[in-house]
Ligand binder design. Structure first.
Ligand SMILES: Cc1cc2nc3c(=O)[nH]c(=O)nc-3n(C[C@H](O)[C@H](O)[C@H](O)COP(=O)(O)O)c2cc1C
Length: 396
């Protein structure tokens, strides 16, 4: 049967460009993990984030949006990691979360973190296009292959072998991109997917920003080939290693695929009036109240499944895991935090997604205390100036 598609009455246009791509800031900012219990801190400290608080999620999202942050990135999680906190056990689903957040924000990129084995690419593409329309063109897709065995086995009863997960993600993304770009009907015949007379409308307003956090050689290659943003877990063993790792994604993308990408990572923020107060608070929620069992479960799973950590490295990272999912520290006074931002920018990082133990007070203190100093340090331009510099653009 031959099928034709009626012409559209109008072509919708994006309201703005996606700030993850268009922002001129030398150090872009995001908020990471606000959709899930504990956020990024593996601790039982009572002021940790309770994620099934939609009003609280929106409050944090709106503060970040109005302050000029570039991105909101949720954690994709389907079950917790055990231990006293059952870290991330309560978690909002990320496409529907993004739709809700997109509706009440104005300029910030709203990202979905999507485990590819849990959603058919045609469903993902259409959900993505819908959130992109709700946001006026600010959608991003963080592509995750799945590494946490008990979680992935909830869906398929088994897990694919490591590199095969990326082969699957290759096909998954190809179908998503056909759905986003190709009008009319199309077929797809791959190893994992077969699509007959595929069709998907509407198209996204802007091409969604693609993010991936692969750390293995195969993961890095996937990211370099397809994505706009590499989202890193930085190896903090020494500065030279961190610097080399941060730069390696873009070098690979340029060398192998003749393309460039941004490099972002994530951080735990402890901002206090004195360095001692900040260090004491970190000690309180990490060493005294930390959930060691939950942290061990994650480190073991990541190390065994992906090979990115040896057991020794995982142990060394345990403190960072409990402090903020092994993010890089932004700890101390405002001045200390600015110095740390300068150092991370010098490593080659384009953006950092922030997390706090208490997101609600943390983001307010950060916006009031740190952001003006980032502008003074030349790491960011004042938000009002940026808005004038970046006019709305048509879809790519
Ligand atoms: C910054 C960052 C964010 C991540 N977010 C998630 C997430 O939300 N959900 C998840 O299951 N995995 C997440 N991961 C895990 C990665 O997607 C990836 O599966 C893991 O790093 C292993 O990739 P690899 O096998 O290529 O090394 C994240 C990793 C990093 C570094």
């Amino acid at each position: 049967m031959s099928v034709t598609v009626a012409p559209r009455r109008f072509t919708p246009t994006p309201r703005i460009t996606n700030p993850m791509i268009s922002s001129p800031n030398k150090m872009k900012l995001g908020v990471f993990g606000l959709n899930t219990d504990c956020g990024c801190a593996i601790t039982t400290a009572p002021e940790r984030l309770m994620a099934d608080d939609w009003a609280g999620n929106l409050e944090i999202a709106k503060i970040a949006d109005r302050a000029g942050f570039e991105a909101l990135i949720p954690i994709g999680r389907w079950r917790g990691f055990g231990g006293d906190a059952n870290f991330n056990g309560v978690c909002y689903e990320t496409y529907t979360w993004a739709a809700g957040v997109a509706a009440v924000t104005d300029q910030i990129a709203v990202v979905t973190t999507s485990h590819v084995p849990t959603v058919h690419p045609l469903v993902a593409a259409k959900q993505a296009a819908t959130v992109d329309h709700i946001s006026g063109g600010r959608f991003g897709l963080n592509i995750i292959c799945g590494w946490f065995g008990p979680e992935m086995r909830m869906f398929r009863g088994q897990m694919m072998e490591h590199d095969e997960r990326y082969d699957y993600a290759d096909e998954w993304l190809e179908i998503v991109q056909k759905a986003w770009n190709q009008h009319g009907y199309w077929d797809y015949d791959g190893k994992f997917f077969k699509v007959q007379q595929g069709f998907s409308e509407p198209k996204p307003l802007n091409r969604p920003v693609l993010v991936n956090a692969g750390g293995s050689p195969r993961g890095m290659r996937y990211c370099a080939e397809h994505c706009d943003v590499a989202f890193l877990i930085v190896n903090q063993s020494d500065e030279a290693t961190s610097r080399k790792q941060v730069r390696s994604y873009n070098e690979l993308a340029q060398r192998e695929f003749n393309r460039t990408l941004q490099t972002w990572c994530y951080s735990y923020v402890v901002q206090r009036d004195t360095r001692k107060e900040a260090e004491d608070y970190l000690d309180y929620y990490v060493n005294q109240m930390g959930d060691d069992e939950g942290a061990d479960n994650i480190a073991k799973e990541l190390g065994i499944q992906t090979g990115i950590f040896t057991p020794e490295q995982a142990e060394a990272f345990k403190f960072h895991f409990k402090a903020g999912w092994a993010g890089i520290p932004l700890v101390g006074t405002v001045g200390d935090i600015i110095d740390q931002f300068r150092k991370y920018s010098d490593w080659g990082l384009d953006g950092i997604c922030l997390s706090w133990l208490d997101y609600h007070t943390g983001i307010k203190d950060f916006v009031e205390g740190v952001m003006p100093e980032m502008e003074a340090a030349g790491l960011r331009v004042p938000f009002a100036e940026r808005e004038q510099q970046v006019p709305a653009q048509a879809a790519e």
